[in-house]
Design a protein. Structure first.
Length: 223
């Protein structure tokens, strides 16, 4: 059995349930600018491509001329309220500790803004991760583009053939492909349904409905 080199994780919808805090921030900005507030399901459908895409979808094409001020309003509110309801999914921390104790390198690659990401990871995961790669406010190179992660992780000499990528969305499946990681693991407890993931043209190698099954992957390299 090959030795696992690294685990690379998405953050929102994979490690942390952040949806309620994101929805609150989106609707704060929409309400301030007298726009239609969005349901939890609508906000959920906009997540995954970065915060700029999120706000573009939330305000609609007819309001894009006001994008910058609405985005700044959202960003400021979320910066001050990003950890009100946010929490790790069940069994995530235990599985991460298990992987760490087995000598597996742990990484995060997220489209979430950098400052919030670093704060959330520090609050919820302490020093479990070897590297956290997130998006600066005006960075246009977001997932599934692999460039940012490749640039920032190059000193770790990751063996991508013996690594696993964990994510909850089609963006993560494409990101895994772009990183040449065959061992893509889609989680079905996150922001995309199992049915959605099964119907996506690119297929993950594994699907898990509980983070405790990460331990099974470590022990057997299978579900």
């Amino acid at each position: 059995m090959r030795k696992i080199d690294s685990f690379i994780f998405d953050l929102d919808g994979t490690l942390l349930d952040t949806l309620d805090d994101i929805k609150e921030a989106v609707n704060f900005a929409l309400k301030k600018y007298h726009l239609k507030e969005r349901t939890k399901e609508e906000v959920l459908s906009y997540i995954g491509h970065g915060s700029r895409y999120l706000i573009e979808k939330a305000i609609g094409e007819s309001n894009l001329n006001s994008f910058d001020e609405i985005f700044d309003c959202y960003y400021e509110y979320y910066t001050n309220n990003y950890n009100v309801y946010t929490k790790p999914y069940p069994n995530v921390i235990d599985s991460l500790n298990y992987a760490k104790n087995k000598g597996i390198k742990l990484f995060i690659y997220t489209n979430k803004p950098y400052e919030m990401t670093m704060s959330l990871v520090g609050k919820h995961f302490n020093d479990l991760f070897d590297l956290v790669v997130a998006i600066r406010k005006d960075d246009k190179k977001v997932k599934p583009n692999p460039t940012l992660f490749l640039n920032e992780s190059k000193d770790f000499n990751i063996d991508f053939k013996n690594s696993f990528y964990f994510g909850d969305s089609e963006v993560d499946i494409q990101t895994s492909k772009n990183l040449n990681i065959e061992n893509m693991v889609s989680v079905t407890y996150g922001y995309k349904s199992k049915e959605f993931l099964l119907n996506y043209p690119l297929k993950p190698k594994f699907m898990i409905d509980d983070a405790k099954k990460i331990v099974n992957i470590i022990e057997n390299q299978t579900i």
